[in-house]
Ligand binder design. Sequence first.
Ligand code: 13P
Length: 257
Amino acid sequence: MSKLIIGNWKMNVGVRESLALARAVLLGMRGKTFAPDVVVCPPSVALTEVRKAVAHSRIGLGAQNLFFEDVGAYTGEISGRMLAEIGCGYVIVGHSERRNLFGETDEIVKNKVLAALRHRLIPIVCVGENEEERKCGEAEKVVERQLRMALDGVRFSPHGCVIAYEPVWAIGTGNAGNPADVVRIHTTIWRILSELMERTLVDSVRIVYGGSINSGNSYAFLREQAIDGLLVGGASVKISQWSEILHTATQVIESQQ
Ligand code: 13P
């Protein structure tokens, strides 16, 4: 399977910068045969402009968040229905910044996954332990709880789902995880998914890693079979870093053909 590289631009760029970034990403992928699957997640105000820029290309468009209701008096919220309407294909759900800064519980995350699937958006479900949990040796336990809660009662369709393992201590710290540890957690995630859904559906789920990925460390993660791709934050808004990560992914895919 090809690798999947997702850029989470967070709240780091405005509309004009998002558009410039999207054009640069397009340019960087031109003519590449084995380029990875690419999804960019600009801030919501830039989604429409970026969609126009990436239309008719292989670049997927993702939102960074959604609300779990479809319509109603929810001032300031954006529904899955709206995201589908403007041409999003993906949506990040349960990012640790949303869990920690905006009080998103496992229950809310599950409702958001359901809302995404209702509107045929591919959810990019984020799970991961924090520093304290890691020190207590509870990483697997936390990831298992988050995953089981997020997918509880979810009926999957083959159109896909992405699980992003993003340990909180690795996000924005410059301290990317150790690939061997990440492979271990990804294997756990795969085992849990196998209990929750049919084998053919499990094979369509991509398990990606995120946390302080940059052009220097991306190869160590991408070369692992158990790591289907990367969810990149800071380095995804630096076009030289981002281009190198895409180049590395292309090389890995070529070498694994
Ligand atoms: P950084 O790559 O900046 O650590 O962020 C990772 C992340 O949170 C992606 O969703």
